[in-house]
Design a protein around this ligand. Structure first.
Ligand code: FAD
Ligand code: UDP
Length: 371
């Protein structure tokens, strides 16, 4: 007599990694149970409808990718709109366009041509040029020079990460484009948008007809949950999974202050960054603009950065040398275990949504290649 467990896979975490994994496994006739310790599905892309507006409860989420397959994949669950992210920076009351482009250079220096802008940036970067920038400050100064660094990068970066820019990895600032055209698109990718009707539609589509339980913490119910499936997909913190045996990985967290305002348009844009060091929040989101909403009222969110602890959520891995070395210790353990670790927390990677989806699709493709 076989005593087969009721599910093929137990999936810990209902964010994009868990949801895509479950969807692809189901297509191969695998029975999955998804559990999440939060009281809703979707992980950090979850939206709550307030005043008829899809409020991004865990910060602004703008989908972008260069991969047509991934774009078509997400659009097969819900059509995406044509939203283009063009945040503004507010530095002590002065407004600048982002990312760094001809509009920004005009606002900073009054220059009207790429040649004039390049001449200023060349002048400001020449003494900072190094072969291989060793940290975020060196990288930024060598790319964009002093004015942009001091007005638009240093203050924002140091409050966002709670660390000196000289202690942060250089790659973080390379997320932002630098271009010599009048183009305020924050991303260089070919495809970009927001799911029409919000991200919950994407998650609902992925998890259609898949069993789930919310409000279930894997660590509190481990023994019971292990009775349900032999195969585990884990998308929570990898250091927590191993009971912090090598020490705690550092994460940056955020406190979200959501407010309903009795006015139709607060800031005229979905995202405004506050790049000075005195303002304690990093950005204000106005959610209706993600979907061109015309509601009577508006909902805004201020994002206040803070260090992650057991009282708040780990949102950003801090991929500096110390934490990367520590992560490698956990990764060695993970390679010995018969468990699938995936997503931003389990892989300790500053993944965007399309990258998490890509990673889950690659994993399931490999796993089920002969089925
Ligand atoms: P998550 O969404 O974090 O899901 C993990 C899930 O696991 C969570 O729901 C958690 O509750 C659950 N879990 C953890 N531990 C346990 C446990 N012990 N038991 C049960 N459940 C558990 N990406 C973009 O492409 N564009 C953007 O504009 C963008 N903006 C972002 C803004 C912010 C503020 C943040 C934090 C991220 C942003 N991202 C953005 C990144 C994006 O959120 C992630 O790439 C993606 O959502 C990660 O999916 P995931 O499944 O790996 O993790
Ligand atoms: N950044 C900055 N000024 C800005 C916006 C971003 O210095 O106005 C830097 C900052 O270090 C930030 C990084 O660029 O952490 C990446 O920005 P992004 O908007 O991609 O951050 P996320 O949306 O992931 O929080």
């Amino acid at each position: 007599m076989t005593n087969k467990k009721p599910y093929d896979y137990l999936i810990v975490g209902s964010g994009l990694y868990g949801a895509v994994f479950a969807h692809e496994a189901k297509k191969k006739n695998k029975k999955c149970l998804v559990v999440d310790k939060r009281n809703h599905l979707g992980g950090n892309v979850y939206c709550e409808n307030i005043e008829g507006i899809n409020v991004h409860k865990y910060g602004a989420h703008i989908f972008h990718t260069n991969d047509k397959f991934i774009w078509d994949y997400v659009n097969s669950f819900v059509p995406f709109n044509r939203y283009t992210n063009s945040p503004l920076a507010n530095y002590k009351g002065e407004l600048y366009n982002l990312p760094f482009n001809m509009n920004t250079f005009y606002q900073l220096w009054g220059v009207r041509t790429p040649q004039e802008a390049k001449a200023i940036i060349d002048e400001q970067t020449k003494k900072h040029r190094v072969k291989k920038p060793g940290n975020l400050e060196e990288q930024a100064l060598s790319l964009v020079g002093e004015d942009i660094y001091h007005k638009l990068i240093k203050g924002y970066t140091e409050k966002q990460w709670g660390r000196k820019a000289t202690k942060l990895p250089a790659f973080i600032i390379k997320r932002l484009p630098l271009r010599f055209s009048f183009d305020n698109n924050y991303f260089n990718d070919s495809y970009q948008g927001i799911p029409i009707g919000g991200y919950n539609k994407l998650i609902d589509g992925l998890l259609n007809n898949i069993e789930y339980r919310v409000g279930v913490d894997y660590f509190k119910e481990k023994d019971n949950l292990h009775r349900l499936a032999d195969n585990i997909v884990y998308t929570g913190k990898i250091d927590e999974f191993y009971d912090y045996c090598h020490g705690e990985l550092e994460y940056r967290s955020l406190r979200f202050d959501h407010q309903i305002l009795n006015q139709s348009n607060y800031q005229g844009n979905a995202v405004v960054n506050y790049t000075d060091s005195d303002t304690s929040f990093t950005r204000i989101l106005e959610h209706k603009h993600f979907e061109f909403g015309m509601q009577k009222n508006t909902v805004i969110t201020k994002e206040y950065p803070l260090e992650a602890s057991n009282k708040n959520e780990p949102y950003y891995p801090i991929n500096d040398t110390k934490n990367s070395n520590l992560y490698n210790e956990y990764k060695k353990m993970a390679l010995q275990d018969n468990i699938i670790f995936g997503g931003r927390l389990a892989e300790y990677k500053y993944y965007d949504m399309h990258q998490v989806i890509g990673a889950a699709l690659a994993k399931t493709k490999k796993l089920f290649q002969n089925q």
